[in-house]
Design a protein around this ligand. Structure first.
Ligand SMILES: [Zn+2]
Length: 92
């Protein structure tokens, strides 16, 4: 599989969401990576400094390349709450 993936080095921009509470830390996804199935989806993030928790519609840090945002793939792959409707489960 991986030999089919072509690789190209790029220059991208890393975007972090600053905490509006303490103005020190940045919001990173929590270990549980709790997802709210709102539309759009929201991911639970916690401040790296004051531990304040927020739900954000994108997973930070984000990579920006050619004016488009790219998200950490694992946050999309795994559904953390099996009781909720998953985009990935085709069997019902
Ligand atoms: Zn904070």
């Amino acid at each position: 599989m991986s030999e089919l993936i072509s690789r190209k080095e790029i220059t991208a921009i890393l975007k972090d969401m600053k905490c509006h509470k303490c103005k020190q830390g940045v919001f990173h996804p929590t270990v549980e990576l709790s997802v709210e199935n709102t539309n759009p989806k929201q991911w639970q993030h916690r401040c790296t400094s004051c531990k304040y928790e927020v739900y954000l519609t994108k997973v930070y840090p984000l990579i920006e390349y050619k004016e488009k945002d790219f998200m950490f793939a694992d946050s999309l792959r795994f559904e953390r709450n099996p009781n909720e409707v998953s985009l990935h489960s085709t069997k019902t």
